[in-house]
Design a binder for this molecule. Structure first.
Ligand SMILES: Cc1ncc(COP(=O)(O)O)c(C=O)c1O
Length: 448
């Protein structure tokens, strides 16, 4: 097989990464601990970061749009976090005993997130959604959780279902097929089929868990009517609505997507941005639901919900960094959200235009600071859910050819785009758009 031009360029630029990957493969399966970070033929290795940029071990600079899995809303190593870390150095990283930092952070979340009457901290998003589901089943005494087909809520067993097609097959060996009746898929933004599923499950519906902007399916925003319907139907049935705002929390607006959509869920899960770059999972929501895991109330076994555990939960590290970053977001919300939103819009429009003027149909998704990109097989296609993304678009082109070509041009993208941070400048966005144009020209040349 002839080596592809862009692949050859990538291999030529990255000998240091190649060497590191060879070492990594000897100690980690496939060379990575997070499978998403494997980029074929091997990922480039980062050596240094700052603001909107990252530098690899071979000395190349990149505009970063991945921003630590969308977590780094203030960019890499912002002054706020550097300051917070000085305090962490003073007090230590981990105590395992209660302290004021956790109280003040919970107070801040209560003030800023509309549905957050009560808050519990954990260490990851995966853990947060696992506990949210358990709380929902415990509170409603019902069994079925509906989740979006193609939606990713972390790797916990409860929600490891219907992530990649075919949706009726277990996602992974080791996940019991027996969870299928209790974790069922719905089609994002498809009112009719979702209503049908809700009415089929009906009395046994514990909760719908949904991202307002479905991330792993390509950063697709929910239609307002769709979320409104889910709110109404879950309320009618005595089921809960859990918004998974692990991507959108503190990113789309200070109060998250629930503020933007005007929808108050019963529970919300957050992580990413709220941790400010430290590891964090947050579950928050209605006080009556959280009373089921109130440690001060003695209940007979089987009448409370076990939430918690987590040696590192509420570590001063995550509480201080998260608190300082969210405080910064609160104090500068008027400046931050409009600015990253405008840059996000420029990115979405500019990247699509860069392709379209070169005769290649590419469309962008997202909202605010989030931007995804896809190549539909048919120019008329407008993708509304992950199922359509899987079936009607060239996913491999985005994840492989486009990404490698962008890397060669000094831009790191995920899902075809990524997340703008407050550290990104107008110039960064123009640089990404210019790189996209170069890539579009190369791709056009490659097919002609
Ligand atoms: C929407 C959503 N929920 C849950 C998770 C899991 O979070 P974590 O990776 O912190 O476990 C993710 C992570 O990508 C996510 O995007």
């Amino acid at each position: 097989m002839v080596e592809k031009d862009y692949l050859k360029q990538y291999l030529d630029r990255t000998p240091g990464s190649k060497r590191l990957f060879a070492r990594a493969q000897k100690v980690m399966p496939g060379g990575v601990s997070h499978r998403f970070r494997f980029i074929p033929p091997y990922p480039f290795y980062v050596k240094k970061v700052g603001g909107s940029k990252i530098w690899d071990v071979d000395g190349y600079e990149y505009v970063d749009l991945w921003m630590g899995h969308f977590a780094l809303i203030l960019g890499h190593k912002p002054a706020t976090v550097q300051e917070a870390l000085k305090e962490v150095l003073e007090v230590g990283t981990h105590w395992g005993i209660v302290h004021e930092y956790e109280v003040q952070f919970a107070e801040l979340i209560q003030q800023t997130v509309p549905c957050a009457e009560k808050i519990i901290f954990g260490v990851s998003g995966t853990e947060a959604t696992m506990h949210a589901v358990r709380l929902a089943r415990g509170f409603t005494k019902k069994r079925v959780i509906l989740k979006v087909a193609g939606g990713w809520h972390g790797a916990n067993n409860e929600l490891m279902w219907a992530i990649r097609g075919p949706y009726e097959k277990p996602e992974s060996m080791g996940v019991l097929p027996g969870i299928a009746p209790y974790t069922q898929p719905i089609i994002f933004n498809d009112l009719e089929s979702t209503l049908e599923t809700i009415h089929r499950v009906k009395e046994d519906l514990a909760a719908v868990i949904i991202e307002p902007i479905v991330g792993s399916g390509g950063l697709i925003p929910a239609d307002r009517e769709y979320l409104k319907m889910l709110r109404q139907e879950t309320s009618k049935l005595g089921a809960l609505l859990i918004l998974d705002e692990i991507i959108t929390g503190y990113r789309i607006a200070l109060g998250g997507a629930q503020e933007v959509y005007g929808i108050k869920p019963d529970m919300v899960t957050m992580g990413k941005v709220s941790g400010g770059g430290a590891n964090l999972g947050v579950i928050a929501g209605r006080g009556d639901i959280f009373s089921l895991c109130d440690a001060t109330v003695k209940r007979p076994k089987g009448e409370s919900v076990m939430v918690g555990g987590g040696t590192f939960s509420c570590s001063p590290l995550s509480m201080i960094v998260g608190y300082r970053v969210v405080t910064y977001l609160k104090n500068h919300a008027q400046e931050i959200y409009p600015r990253i939103g405008q840059l996000g819009k420029k990115l979405r429009e500019g990247m699509a235009e860069a392709f379209n003027k070169n005769g290649i149909v590419a469309k962008t998704t997202g909202m605010g600071s989030l931007c995804g990109l896809y190549f539909p097989y048919d120019a008329k296609t407008v993708v509304k859910n992950p199922n359509q993304m899987n079936q009607l678009t060239d996913l491999e082109k985005v994840d492989y050819e486009f990404r490698i070509r962008m890397i060669n041009h000094g831009v790191f993208v995920m899902h075809g785009g990524g997340a703008v941070s407050f550290a990104h400048t107008e110039e960064d966005i123009q640089r990404v758009i210019a790189a996209t144009e170069e890539v579009a020209r190369e791709m056009k040349k490659a097919v002609s």
